[in-house]
Structure formats: C-alpha cells, structure tokens
Design a protein around this ligand. Structure first.
Ligand SMILES: Nc1ncnc2c1ncn2[C@@H]1O[C@H](COP(=O)(O)OP(=O)(O)OP(=O)(O)O)[C@@H](O)[C@H]1O
Ligand SMILES: [Mg+2]
Length: 400
C-alpha cells in the first residue's frame, strides 16, 4: 500500500513537471495533452463504474455479474487440472474390488501428472500387471469413465492383434500408394479425434517389436506421425495404460507379499517382467508398474455380486437391496477357489448362463425389481415388484 501511494505521488510530480516544461516550449501541445489525459481518466472511471454507453460495454458487464462469473470460471478450470486423488480413488474402489493399494497409487500418479503437464510427453504411461481376470482392463475402463465422464474417451486396442511387423500400418497409417493409405491408422485417428483419451493397450507384450518401437516414439517425443500424410498428432493429452499377463503368477505373489513396500515391490515387479522377456526399452519408458493381487475370499463374493447387479441392469431390471442370497455368493467363492484359471471371467459366464433366462421371463412380466435365490444348486430369479407399482402375482415367485 505504502509503496503504491509513494510511486503514485512521484508519477504525479513528474507529470506536472513534464507539463510545465512542455507548456514553456509549446503551450498548445501542453493543453492538448492535458485534455487527452482528462478524457482518458473519465473513460476509465466510467468503465469501472459501469456507466459507459451500453453499446460499448462488454456483454457480460451488461447482462450479468461479470466478476463472479470470472471467478467461478477460473475455479472450474482449476478443478479440471487439479483432481482430488482421494475422491477419484474412492470412486474407482467402488467398482474395482480388492486392488485398493494400486488404485490409490494410480489416482495419486494421475493427479500429479494432470497438475504438472509436460508438453512433449503423454500425461502418463502406466502398466497394470498381474494374473488374468483380476480387474486390470476393468480398472482402465472405470478410470476413463470417472476422469472424463464419457466412454468415448477410452480407446481400446487389443495388442495381440498386432503381433506381425506390418500390423503397425493399421495403427499408424499406411504409406501412400498402398491399400488403405487414404485413411488414418486407428491409433492416429483416435488421438486426432479425442486427444484427451485413455489409450488402453491391452496385453501389450503380445504386439510385435516394430509396433513397440512406434509407441516408444509416441511416449518420448510427445507425438505420433500419421504415415499417410505425415501429420504430427500430439500425445501430450493422452494417458497410455498398458496391461500385461507376463509373469502373472510371480507378480501376483509379489503384490500379495510386498503390498505396502512400493519401492521394493516396483523393483521386483520390473525384474519379473524383464525375466519374462518383456522388452526392456518399453519398461524403461513406463512411469509406474502396478501389480494386481489375485482375488480372494469375500472379494470374490463382491465381484460376483457386482457382476450380478450389472447383468440385471442390462435386462433393464433392478436388483433389490439385499437381493442376492448369500448361498449363491458362497458357492461362487468355492468354485473360483477350486479351479480359477480365467479368474472372474469363468464365474461371469456361469452367472450369465444361470440367470439370463429368469431375467428374460421377469422382464416379460413387466418386473421392476428382482431378487436372486439359491434353489437346489440353481439360481432362481424372483420378482419383487412390477413397473406399474402393483404387486407381482402370487405365483410369480415360483414360476420365474
Ligand atoms: N477386481 C475386480 N473388481 C470388479 N470386477 C472385476 C474385478 N476383476 C474382474 N472383474 C470383472 O471381470 C471382468 C474381467 O476382468 P478384466 O477384463 O479386468 O480382467 P483382466 O485383469 O484384464 O484379465 P486379463 O489379464 O485376462 O485381460 C471385468 O469386466 C469385470 O466385470
Ligand atoms: Mg485384460
């Protein structure tokens, strides 16, 4: 305050001295300068007091409270850059079961990187490793939904499809003169159309080394080159998530035994991947490798319950609160612990086979809410209430 008022006084003194000097040399010029300064001061005052003619005013000054709008806008922009890692982790954990530690680390990493962007690198390059059917691909999908609120921001690539050296062309475009050179590669097109995407590279180790090399450039330089027209497409808004099954048993064990020692765990996981022939040049470009734990005990029950809820929704029905018979979940846990090769996937298939028919019949009865009951090694779908609000027919419980 003090500094500001002193400098104002000094400026004023200098201005007066300048005017006196100019008036001595050229009185006309001094009058013209004084007059212009007065007009300028008047207009500035009028602008700040919002008493300018309406057609000169900013439309926001005229029609709203511009200052509060500007503040709210600034706050919103800030929010998009700085995400709340705890809130994100909580949302992810509600859909991906039994991987709390890696979810926490993933959310922190994404928060840090979104807050401090690097113009010549992707937002992040993350690898999710571990046994099959434990939620790796599922987590990447749920992250995209939570971060961007829209499935279009998830670009899925099954890397097993690119196991031949020439397969790079379908991702990065084809040189002129070849078939397909008039359209963009699937990866370059995805990055061009939605730059702020999660690029999910499923089972990355299965792609050919030529394909790997092209990704290394994408991560190193912050752009990919579309071969057909040489366009440079930035990767600096994208999050690359790789998933892998390499060394899955070993990685599952590491995750279980060293869950709370991130540094040692990270070192051991990377070594396990290297031992399983995971390309070292790829590994060295990955920011963080997150090992997934095999699902156990009640976590299996949680995943099965979520699967049942989701399947019910696909039939446009609701599962009643407390609507799954514990017997069903207990049975699923036993089955999975006894012979779980495909992880939750086997169970999901089993559930679908067992309850789809019952759900179709329930919907045909105009059901709104259902529950699932165990009955002699089978799962029965029972109607709780109907869409029109009426109670289900008494025989419905037995027949559906
Ligand atoms: N931890 C989990 N929490 C919630 N659902 C899960 C979990 N694990 C698996 N599922 C369910 O099982 C399905 C298969 O899991 P997902 O595709 O994520 O397996 P994955 O770990 O990627 O296995 P793979 O290595 O074989 O690709 C998912 O779509 C999801 O519905
Ligand atoms: Mg997967």
């Amino acid at each position: 305050m003090m500094m500001a008022s002193t400098s104002h006084v000094v400026t004023l003194l200098f201005s007066i001295m300048a005017m006196v000097t100019i008036a001595g040399v050229h009185p006309g010029l001094a009058i013209a300068l004084t007059f212009s300064a007065l007009v300028f001061a008047f207009l500035t005052l009028a602008y700040h007091r919002k008493s300018l003619p309406r057609f000169i005013m900013d439309v926001l000054d005229r029609l709203t409270d511009k200052a509060s709008l500007e503040n709210a806008y600034k706050a919103r922009e800030q929010h998009q850059v700085v995400i709340d890692a705890e809130a994100l982790a909580t949302q992810l954990r509600s859909k991906v079961v039994g991987q709390d530690q890696v979810i926490g680390e993933l959310a922190q990493h994404v928060r840090r990187r979104l807050a401090a962007r690097r113009p010549d690198k992707p937002v992040a390059v993350i690898c999710l490793a571990g046994p099959p059917g434990v939620g790796k691909t599922h987590l990447a999908k749920v992250l995209a939904e939570n971060l961007y609120g829209d499935k279009r921001h998830l670009q899925f690539f099954d890397m097993a499809q690119f196991s031949q050296p020439h397969a790079a062309a379908s991702l990065f475009g084809q040189a002129r003169g070849y078939v397909g050179s008039n359209s963009y590669g699937s990866l370059t097109a995805a990055l061009r159309n939605t730059p702020n995407s999660i690029i999910l590279l499923d089972e990355f180790e299965k792609a050919d080394t030529e394909v790997h090399k092209r990704f290394l450039t994408a991560w190193n330089d912050g752009f990919v080159t579309e071969v057909s027209d040489g366009a440079r497409i930035p990767t600096s808004d994208a999050i690359f998530i790789l998933t892998t099954n390499a060394a899955s048993r070993q990685i599952g064990e590491i995750a279980e035994t060293h869950l709370d020692q991130p540094e040692l765990r990270d070192e051991m996981t990377k070594q396990a991947l290297l031992d399983a022939q995971f390309a070292p040049e790829v590994l060295s470009r990955i920011d963080v490798v997150l090992p997934f734990t095999p699902l156990k005990g009640l976590d299996i029950a949680r995943v099965v319950a979520l699967e049942m809820e989701q399947l019910t929704r696909q039939f446009k029905l609701e599962l009643a609160d407390g609507g799954i018979d514990p017997e069903i979940l207990l049975h699923a846990v036993d089955v999975m612990q006894d012979h779980s090769r495909g992880g939750v996937r086997d169970i999901a298939r089993m559930i679908e086979k067992e309850i789809s028919e019952g759900l179709i019949e329930a919907r045909a009865q105009n059901a709104k809410t259902v529950r699932l009951a165990a009955s002699e090694d089978q799962v029965k779908v029972l109607v709780v209430d109907l869409k029109d609000g009426s109670a289900p027919a008494p025989y419905a419980e037995e027949t559906v």
